[in-house]
Design a protein around this ligand. Sequence first.
Ligand SMILES: NC(=O)c1ccc[n+]([C@@H]2O[C@H](COP(=O)([O-])OP(=O)(O)OC[C@H]3O[C@@H](n4cnc5c(N)ncnc54)[C@H](O)[C@@H]3O)[C@@H](O)[C@H]2O)c1
Length: 435
Amino acid sequence: MSRTSAASSTATATTQPRVGVVGLGYVGLPLSLAMHAAGYEVVGVDVDDTKVAELSGGRSTISDVADDAVAGAVDEGLSFTTDYSALADVDAVSICVPTPLGKSETPDLSFVIDAVERLAGVVPEGCTIILESTVYPGATSEIIGDILTDNGLVLGEDIYVAFSPERIDPGNKDYEPTSIPKVLGGITEACGDHAAALYQPVFDEVVRVDAATEAELVKLLENTFRAVNIGLINELAQVAHELDVNIWNVIDAAATKPFGFMPFYPGPGLGGHCIPIDPFFLSWKAGQQGIDMPFIEHADSVNRGMPGHVVDRVVKQLNTRGTALSNADILVLGVAYKPDVSDTRESAAIDIIDQLTDWESTVTYHDPHVPTLDVRETTYESVPLTPQRLAAADCVLLVTDHSVFDLDEIVAESSLVFDTRNATSEYEADNVVRL
Ligand SMILES: NC(=O)c1ccc[n+]([C@@H]2O[C@H](COP(=O)([O-])OP(=O)(O)OC[C@H]3O[C@@H](n4cnc5c(N)ncnc54)[C@H](O)[C@@H]3O)[C@@H](O)[C@H]2O)c1
């Protein structure tokens, strides 16, 4: 492994590269802006013509990126299109398309395959292709390498292919996308050299590993590490509750140990596109080698059980107050999968609302970042957060702790606040219950 900071980079390009970014979502849009900011000539390509029209009109399509940032970059020459032929004269392309799980928790790489098949007929010889989408170890070589070399091009000589995992943390204002060290590995050494030369001027630090497979496994290690540790703490939270021990105090005290411990916190369940999904890329690949990964399976089962655990706890709280869940009015606060983002993919709030309505309770939600939410066949609209709405609810269930919430008002006006995030740790009130 080698680490190169932008300051010590020896890149000596005299003309700025022309680069393409394929897939303009949570990963591709910030990457396009970062490469534009580094002075590159950038063209973004997406199959979604509505998204391309929005971006071309200078409007952002994700909450982490402001309209001004897109509008300013478009004015300076950043362009967006649905037309892959715009990539005919690029020096490099970064691929940021979705990689969901298919049936039976099998990696679905069809978006990557589609993107690479389209690129194969377009990009020029000498081009560098960097895959950012999360994949299982070996996929960059097996899929991209194979498709691009189908017409006789030689990897590492005529075309360069590398994997560089995206590590952004949406909603986290402490880290700019370019300040997170960028791990990168090429299929061949020359592939890695070309990719590193492209990314060094863009990112504060490039962490070069020896192979694309190493870079692929880095991403899966990071996300599996989180999923498994969150599973452990969610399991412990349930035990601590039965023992009448405050799990949050336990974690805070354990975290005073200056070595050998890293705090993870319980919650209503995993969400987002990475932590609940990526470990299965690893366990699927391990299964191909005849190896089971029971840690992953068990953590997933604990984490998926958390929405049900939350609902059980709410039922008990309501019962002690003489209200049956079937007659209860529940206000869910925050439905995005994490604070201060609008992304609801895999959000635990969806499962919780689904289970609450199964019990025929009346459910509304408020989320300043999410105007509407689909739960099975029902589309909910975010209701205004008024003192009257808070007072009318039998339970205010805090699922996502957005920083804009006024907890003083929420605690003052509600008859019961069930807090899954320990946001109310400062409040010692009878109407506040924590996970
Ligand atoms: N969202 C995150 O926080 C995050 C973090 C790290 C890694 N990742 C990984 O990055 C990858 C992209 O995730 P995302 O959250 O940006 O997804 P996204 O759904 O927000 O965006 C993907 C975009 O790709 C476009 N697309 C699909 N097929 C295409 C094709 N053939 N050609 C061109 N465009 C195409 C879609 O229209 C969409 O705009 C995934 O593998 C994900 O696991 C995501």
